[in-house]
Design a protein around this ligand. Structure first.
Ligand code: GLU
Length: 483
């Protein structure tokens, strides 16, 4: 192991930049800085169907917004690149061959149908679902024949059928897993792409990562990783599994219950320092118990013994309170600049004004006409509440419609006028609705008003975060207020 402390995060660019990524990035950064080490950004984009460059860009931008920067990464380069897994194919192929030669992995030719049937049987018999080792017994000749025939195959990790695997977690000590509970994990898919497990272990080793600090949800993957380190005869890094962020009800943080996109916090005008401070409070406390602290304070005072494993609740109310403290401390000039760069930025104003130009007679009319573009939530008065409901639809049906639209918007990396129009029309078609079931209720949901500029354009300008949140609020509102 090199003397220098090296840490990394490995986000997958498959969705909006998540608060959990920032949380883990923060603790990695703090530890690296405290030890004069390096912090690496590695993009884990082996899932080619779900990964998008636009998501990668957003992840980078939001970490930079928070002031979390990396010493090595796809944009800045470094000694151990490439830092995007999709560009490291030959490295994984070479390592898969090493495992096959050592007998630590094997080729599996089972069809998807066989695996589905196997799982169904296992469920019925109430035994662990996992691969049954069917292809383990294939002889060299049989394998060769199948390869010659060009039959699709994956490569699996050969997990011992008895005994135990023990991992060492820096916060929890030793954790032991029965090998019968560990699946013969697929390491390389039939398209030749590695899975997370193989790519992650190979890269952590080759990038000389000394400490793997990641969220607790990966702890069950760690025995597979430890088996891989053993097979390669490599020293594993120190594993530190940080407690998972939770919703108020203690369930794992989710977008259904909390805004989780960093874009939301940025657009709503949370300040980066307040975000960093709040994320630092997730599972960790300052020795003084002081709640207000900076990244530098963390670097000075961080120690693992102050991490508490009880799931920290990501409480937007508390974050908002903390943000208020930071906001009130700003010099008026600083605050002015914040306001002008976020909620009242030139770009945003220029997108809005053309939408209402037709509707105003005096400049001051702009204010009233555009208020809903600037507020966080919108209020629904009695009239609005009535129009949130399409004629003949129940609260449940309307909720499903709003949710379907929210989900479509959620999947977009960029909301354009055309994208919104397509999303609404798809929902109309898929749910066999009439336009009137959708357009007016959605207009009310996102603007609070019956009359607004063109719905598609309005939604595109409002942006993904505001639209989604208001659709969610509309659901909550009708559930509470409509009989
Ligand atoms: N690609 C994983 C993620 O999306 C990385 C997990 C790890 O840090 O090992 O979080």
């Amino acid at each position: 192991m090199s003397d220098q402390v090296r840490l990394r995060i490995g986000p997958s660019p498959t969705g909006d930049p998540h608060v959990g990524t920032a949380y883990i990035a923060l603790f990695n950064t703090v530890f690296a800085k405290q030890h004069g080490g390096k912090f690496v950004l590695r993009i884990e984009d082996t899932d080619q169907t779900r990964s998008k460059p636009a998501w990668e860009e957003m992840i980078c931008e939001s970490l930079q917004w928070l002031g979390l920067t990396w010493d090595e990464g796809p944009d800045v380069g470094g000694e151990y690149g490439p830092y995007r897994q999709s560009e490291r194919g030959p490295i994984y192929a070479e390592h898969i061959n090493m495992l096959l030669e050592k007998g630590a992995a094997y080729r599996c030719f089972c069809t998807a149908e066989r695996l589905t049937e196997l799982r169904a049987q296992q469920r019925e018999q109430k035994v662990n679902t996992g691969y049954d080792g069917h292809c383990l017994g294939l002889s060299a000749d049989e394998i060769k024949a199948k390869l010659d025939e060009g039959i699709d195959h994956v490569v699996r990790l050969q997990v011992p059928k008895d005994g135990q695997t023990t991992i060492k977690d820096h916060l929890r000590g030793e954790v032991t897993f029965e090998n019968t509970q560990i699946d013969d994990q697929v390491l390389m898919k039939s398209d030749g792409m590695p899975t997370y497990h193989l790519a992650n272990v190979v890269d952590d080793h080759l990038m000389k990562i000394t400490h793997v600090m990641r969220a607790e949800e990966w702890i069950n993957s760690t025995p597979k990783h430890v088996l891989l380190y053993d097979a390669f005869e490599w020293d594993p890094p120190v594993f530190i599994h940080m407690p998972l962020l939770r919703n108020n009800d203690k369930s794992k943080i989710s977008k259904r219950k909390n805004p989780v996109s960093l874009n939301y916090y940025k657009e709503a005008g949370f300040l980066p320092d307040a975000m960093i401070n709040y994320l630092g409070m997730m599972g960790w406390t300052m020795p003084s118990g002081e709640e207000k602290f900076t990244l530098e304070d963390m670097v000075e005072h961080f120690s693992f013994d102050r991490i508490s494993l009880g799931g920290p609740v990501f409480d937007v109310k508390k974050l908002t309170w903390l943000n208020g403290l930071y906001l009130r401390e700003q010099e008026p000039n600083e605050l002015f600049n914040q306001l002008r760069s976020v909620v009242l930025s030139d770009d945003y104003l220029q997108e809005i004004l053309p939408l209402v130009q037709e509707r105003v007679e005096k400049l001051e009319d702009f204010v009233d006409q555009t208020a809903f573009f600037f507020s966080g939530d919108v209020a629904y008065d009695e009239q609005a509440t009535k129009h949130l409901m399409a004629k003949g639809k129940t609260v449940k049906e309307m909720s499903t419609i709003f949710k379907a639209i929210g989900d479509k918007i959620d999947a977009m990396s960029d909301v354009s006028v055309e994208g919104i129009e397509a999303a609404l029309k798809e929902v109309i078609a898929e749910m066999e609705l009439k336009p009137k079931h959708v357009f007016m209720p959605v207009r009310i949901a996102v603007t609070g008003r019956k009359a607004s500029p063109s719905l598609f354009e309005t939604m595109a300008v409002l942006g993904k975060e505001r639209c989604r949140r208001r659709l969610r609020n509309a659901i909550a509102h009708i559930k509470q207020n409509v009989k």
